[in-house]
Design a protein around this ligand. Structure first.
Ligand SMILES: *[C@@H]1O[C@H](CO)[C@@H](O)[C@H](O)[C@H]1NC(C)=O
Length: 233
């Protein structure tokens, strides 16, 4: 009698509980995993990059002999050399320059712009970027996957954000040099500069891909290629 009452009382609750658990599982599956927001989480205090190791891991192998200089870099103090095609220079302070950054999920760079200089449209596949303007003024922007341009003119003291993976640029339309410091949530954000990626890849992107994608002729492709230097690394 008692068991029957209990069964009768609890049976309408069972489907409810099952639905709640199912909903919870669905919500948890839909939530982005925290580890996809940037570089993977670290499993130890430090893992200073052994940049010469042949061991292939996600990041760099840890080296045994660590010194304070593995966490130190002086390269952002001076302006980069902007005497190049675009009139801009990026100086990285990433894991390749600061081995102590390995597994820590952050890095910085300094970007200098001559008057008229452009940091051409590019993306960072592994990081969101925040720029802080040290001097001068810049017209900056990024383009969403919905093809909306989000753009602004920023000056010394301003901060602007370029969301991870989105194409963005900075142009110095002033008549004095400009400079920014950038922060990234990756030890090595990676850069794909659109023009260089498409027109200076090695081996070359098939010309038929470029002529059809940009609706131009082979002459125009050759002209662009002749003016874009191959990517350094
Ligand atoms: C800057 O780069 C240009 C072109 O590569 C070079 O001719 C010039 O000597 C460099 N200037 C400095 C100060 O290094």
């Amino acid at each position: 009698m008692q068991a029957r009452t209990m069964a009768r009382a609890s049976s309408p609750l069972l489907p409810c509980a099952a639905v709640a658990v199912l909903l919870l599982v669905v919500v948890l599956l839909l939530l982005p995993s925290p580890s996809t927001a940037g570089d993977p989480d670290l499993l130890q205090d430090i893992c200073v990059a052994d940049l010469t190791s042949a061991v292939k891991v996600n990041g760099f192998a840890c080296k045994a002999a660590v010194t304070e200089d593995d966490f130190y870099f002086r390269g952002l103090g001076a302006a980069g050399n902007t005497s190049n095609t675009y009139g801009s220079a990026v100086t990285g302070a990433n894991v390749e320059k600061v081995p102590g950054l390995n597994t820590l999920g952050v890095s910085m760079s300094r970007i200098d712009y001559a008057p008229g200089g452009l940091n051409p449209p590019h993306t960072h596949p592994r990081a969101t970027e925040m720029v802080f303007v040290l001097q001068g003024a810049l017209d900056v922007g990024f383009i969403t996957t919905g093809n909306r341009l989000v753009a602004k003119t920023i000056t010394a003291g301003d901060v602007f954000v370029f969301p991870r993976g989105l194409v963005h640029f900075q142009k110095n339309n002033g008549d004095v040099p400009a400079a920014v410091v950038s922060a990234f949530n990756s030890q090595l954000p990676g850069t794909q500069s659109l023009a260089t990626t498409l027109f200076a890849a090695s081996p070359e992107v098939p010309i038929g891909v470029l002529t059809k994608a940009f609706q131009i002729g082979t002459k125009e492709v050759d002209k662009i290629k002749s003016r874009i230097a191959p990517k350094k690394s």
